[in-house]
Structures are given as C-alpha cells and as structure tokens.
Design a protein around this ligand. Structure first.
Ligand code: FEO
Length: 397
C-alpha cells in the first residue's frame, strides 16, 4: 500500500490504514478512518510487534513475508491483544508455527480465550529481555491502557518505545506517517477524541505509565494507532499527560437536548451571553445531532460545561442521560458547570442534571435555571448571571 516504511535502521512499519470501518469498537464513528500500526524488527532474530485488525489485514501476511524474505519470524510481541491488533494472530500462527508469543500472564489468559492454547509462550511480565542481535527489547507493564494485559516494548538500541494504545489517535494516515511529515495540529482533535473515549477512563493508569517512563530515553514513540512520533515524542507524551490530569483550555461547551426548540433557544441565548462576557472558544452541540464521542471530547477540552435538557417522561432527555452516564464513567474532573432546562409539565431534566452534578462533583457556577416552556424575563436574567459567572471562571487571567 505505502511501499517500505522504515521507522529506523532495522525497524519497519507493517500496519494498515482503514477508511472502510464506520464505527471503531462498533460504537465510535471514524469519519477520518483509523490506522492499525504493527512493527517488524529485522535483526539476526526477527520480531513483530502486534498485528492489525482482521478487516484491514488482507495484505498483512504478504507484507510481513516480503520483509522477512525467507527468514522465519522468531517472536510475536503482543503489547495489546484487543482484536484491532490481534486480528492476524491466527493467520500468523499458521504461517509461522514456531513463533514465540511474548506477552504477560493476562495476555496468556485472553489469548487462550480467543485463540486456544498459547504455543511457545514467553512471559514478559517477569522482567524478561529479548536479544535480537543488535536490538535488545525490554517490557514495561502498563495495565489498563487500555485492557488489563496492555504493556509496552522498549528497544534499548534505537530508543524506540512501542507504546500500544497509549499515545495513539483516530485518523488514518493521509500520506504522512511520521510527526515530521504532517502538521501534527491537524491530528489534535482526533487524538483527543480517541483519548477521551477510549483511554480516558483509565487516566489514573496513564499517569502511572508516564511516571514509569520518566527515566527512559525515548527517541521515537510507535503507538498502535496514529502518527509515529520521531521528531518530537515529548509532544504526544505532554498531550497525554495533560489529558490524564484533566487539564482544560479556556472555553465553554454548551450541550443541549431539546424536542421543540425552547431548550435550544436558551442554549443559544446562554452561549451568546458567555461570548458577550469575553469567552472566544464556545461550542454549542445538540445531543440529538452530534455523536456522544464528540461531546465527550469537547467536555475534555474545555474548562466550562453548560448542560441543558428538556423534561422527557419525567427524566432528562435519553441522549443527555447517555452523555452524563459516559462522563461519570470516565470520571472527568475539575470542570465548571452550568445547568438549565425546561420543566414542561412534570420536570425531570434539570432535576436529574443536578443529580449528575452531585455525582461528578463539578462546581456549579450559578444556580440552575429551570423554566416552564418559554423562558420569562426573570429566567433570562438568571441565564445572564450564569453566563457571567461561567465567563469569570473559565477565562485565563
Ligand atoms: Fe487499539 Fe485497545 O485497541
């Protein structure tokens, strides 16, 4: 597809671009595709780090075979066994039945569940190192980024870190594969959408992994998805570091659920008032129109969050409920919150958003604004106060 891609010396990229899959994990939209990165070390001994998704693997074995050019594959290192990286494991085992499988005790259990008994298993969790000739590999256990077995592989010779899902992103390659071949800013939104929806729940484990890596010289980061960071690996480490600390930018995301337009009108009103108070980065989203993964991304991105829901069968609107549940699961911290919504004839929207606020422990910048149908002048004045308080809390000073 791309021809030979040399990461460094004897290290090659053997991954795949995927623009066909509509939903990652059958839930997260992929409008810009995704890449599954696999890497081959062609030393005296040979080692493959992860494979690719089954649906993207048509030419995978062929590519690996061409690189090996008659040599056998000595090691298959499984940094992460989720099927988007282990899709070609069964086919690989058929072609190279003597290959040693490198993982840890959790990898072994999951491997057995997916593929049956593990032939020639090397337990990397016991401080094992592998000498390929010139390249010497060691293994760093980084559980829960993003499954229990996830680990990283470090090559002491090239100083490359094969990091698994950590430091990855959505978005297929558009020609450029390395950070110095693209404008990395073009990847920012999809890096954050990937982080916030796939890895974000495990931010505590991301923090531990970054601490574990702190004394390691890293010249290049090779994740399982997205750009290879060889020019500025610290850039993606810093991004993940900030995300895992729930650091946020100056700005506000306003998310509303509205059946007949009253809650939507008030969302626009509040957004306008926040803008009048000097906030330049404001995003307004309709939960019924924008996939929850983008809403979660923007909640991760901005310091201020305003949520509005109409009443729906005495509850909040179902899609707003889904968003709130996901945010609670993700455990996003330190956001400033505003709440509003219509009472209609029974309430439910604001009442349940207040429960959400209590559960997630975000600071409310002002009292929630609930109105019956159309907002009154008094309701608007309370929205003004919320917008002013929000602006005061989120603007960098
Ligand atoms: Fe890319 Fe957790 O799999």
């Amino acid at each position: 597809m791309f021809g030979k891609i040399q990461v460094s010396g004897k290290v090659f990229w053997t991954g795949a671009n995927d623009r066909r899959k509509a939903l990652f994990e059958n839930i997260w939209p992929l409008p810009e595709g995704v890449a599954y990165n696999s890497y081959l070390l062609l030393d005296e001994k040979t080692a493959l780090v992860d494979t690719v998704d089954f649906c993207a693997g048509k030419s995978f074995l062929e590519t690996v075979g061409e690189y090996l050019n008659g040599k056998t594959l000595d090691y298959l290192i499984i940094n992460h066994i989720e099927p988007d990286h282990s899709g070609e494991v069964a086919a690989l085992l058929k072609t190279y039945p003597e290959v040693k499988i490198v993982g840890n005790v959790h990898t072994k259990k999951i491997f057995e569940a997916y593929f049956g008994a593990v032939p020639n298993f090397v337990d990397a969790g016991k401080g094992e190192t592998i000498d390929l000739g010139e390249h010497r590999l060691s293994f760093i256990m980084t559980p829960w980024i993003h499954w229990p077995e996830t680990m990283m592989t470090y090559d002491a010779t090239s100083k490359i870190l094969f990091s698994g899902d950590a430091f990855g992103s959505f978005k297929a390659f558009n020609g450029g594969v390395f950070d110095d071949e693209v404008n990395p800013d073009d990847y920012r939104d999809e890096i954050l959408r990937y982080y916030s929806n796939i890895v974000g729940k495990y931010s505590g484990m991301v923090r531990k992994a970054i601490e574990k890596l702190s004394g390691t010289e890293i010249r290049c980061i090779c994740p399982t998805h997205g750009l290879i960071w060889r020019a500025d690996p610290q850039r993606i480490i810093d991004m993940y570091d900030g995300y895992s600390r729930y650091e946020a930018e100056e700005g506000v995301v306003v998310i509303f659920a509205s059946m007949y337009g009253n809650t939507e009108n008030v969302a626009d009103y509040i957004a306008r008032k926040i803008a009048e108070n000097g906030v330049k980065n404001i995003k307004v989203h309709d939960v019924s129109k924008t996939h929850v993964s983008y809403l979660i991304r923007d909640v991760w991105k901005y310091r201020g969050v305003v949520l509005g829901s109409c009443a729906y069968n005495s509850e909040m609107f179902p899609l707003m409920e889904q968003l709130c549940r996901e945010l609670e699961h993700a455990g996003v911290k330190n956001r400033k919150l505003g709440i509003f919504g219509t009472f209609s004839w029974s309430g439910g929207g604001v009442k349940n958003l207040l429960k959400f606020a209590e559960n997630i422990q975000w600071e409310q910048v002002a009292d929630a604004v609930e109105f019956k149908g159309m907002p009154s002048l008094e309701d608007c004045a309370r929205c003004d106060a919320m917008a002013l308080a929000m602006a005061q809390q989120v603007i960098d000073r």
